[in-house]
Design a protein around this ligand. Structure first.
Ligand SMILES: [Zn+2]
Length: 330
């Protein structure tokens, strides 16, 4: 079955060769076999947002290939290769940072749909787009329905502003993945005004915490590119109950309990190797985080000591970001 992924620019040379020699179907099947034999690879719809980045020698071929794909009513299947670098650069942390040369994610036909919590939140580092495409690939193999994608970052990253409930999502390596699927396909109005699907409410597991959701969380957290995933404490506790006594790949360690996150998981990738100014968060603590660590979230808060509460630390953007955002957003 033809999968409807756009190609990335890295695929240009493959596609242009295919087009040049008129062996489109042969090339497509070659790409397909590479996909199925690798799990550290990607396919994705990666389009640049800044004309000065990702300039490719075969840009015209890429455009031709894409046009032909549209004209013929299908989109090339992406090639699965490990991330080998890009011109995107991240500065600072996810809570105080920005990104230059982000990529735009658009709806992937039957593979996934994008929620529209607000305009222009569908930009990310290319590595994130590859992660999402891979996640869809793996979850599809596991029989899960098409995915729903929530907020990513703005075109240059940066803070969402005080009115937003996002404290991070500054650098294109965060994504919110709702605990819902794009099956049946969501209408434009459902995407424009998404409805939260809670899988836990307080300490209560909801019937919406299905086997599919369980597999989805485990699969998302199992990818080595993932730094951590924020979920509601009760979700973490439930996953601990399900998996802590089983052999697993260490994914439980990456599930971090945090406020909210009852209707979506917040996936954060590790800093890409080619963004040396990307500031990583402190590593997640050793161990699964099950037992007392997660149970402590359900204990009553300690009595107030009477000492003045420490003032919230103001987040300071790297100078590079301050300039970039000032020139473009303000
Ligand atoms: Zn988030």
């Amino acid at each position: 079955m033809v999968k409807h992924f756009f190609c990335s620019r890295k695929l240009c040379s493959v596609l242009s060769t295919c087009l040049a020699i008129g062996l489109l179907s042969a090339c497509a099947s070659d790409i397909s076999s590479k996909e199925s034999s690798s799990n550290t690879s990607y396919s994705g719809n990666i389009s640049t947002t800044t004309s000065s980045v990702l300039v490719s020698n075969d840009f015209s071929s890429y455009q031709q290939a894409q046009k032909l794909a549209h004209d013929q009513g299908y989109i090339y299947e992406g090639q699965f290769t490990p991330y080998q670098g890009s011109s995107s650069r991240i500065y600072g942390s996810t809570a105080a940072g920005c990104i230059e040369g982000s990529s735009e994610l658009s709806d992937q036909k039957e593979e996934f749909q994008l929620q529209r919590w607000a305009a222009g939140r569908n930009y990310a580092h290319p590595l994130m787009l590859q992660y999402l495409a891979d996640l869809r690939h793996r979850t599809k193999d596991l029989g899960l329905p098409p995915l729903l994608i929530g907020d990513l970052s703005r075109v240059l990253g940066g803070p969402y502003g005080q009115k937003s409930n996002h404290a991070s999502h500054n650098t294109g390596i965060d994504v919110d993945l709702p605990f819902d699927f794009a099956l049946p396909r969501k209408s434009a109005s459902e995407l424009a005004s998404p409805k939260d699907v809670y899988i836990v409410k307080g300490t209560k597991i909801q019937p919406t915490f299905t086997k599919s959701i369980e597999v989805y969380i485990k699969t998302a957290a199992s990818d080595p590119r993932v730094d951590r995933i924020f979920v509601a404490p009760m979700i973490k506790k439930h996953m601990c109950l399900l998996y802590q006594d089983k052999e697993h790949n260490g994914f439980l360690q990456k599930l971090r309990p945090w406020f909210g996150h009852q209707a979506h998981m917040h996936v954060r990738l590790k800093c890409p190797f080619d963004s040396p100014e990307c500031v990583s968060q402190a590593p997640v603590p050793q161990g699964t985080g099950c037992g007392y660590e997660v149970d402590s979230w359900f204990l009553p808060p300690p009595p107030k000591s009477g000492k003045a509460v420490a003032k919230k630390k103001e987040r300071v953007l790297p100078q590079k970001c301050a300039l970039l955002l000032k020139d473009n957003y303000l």
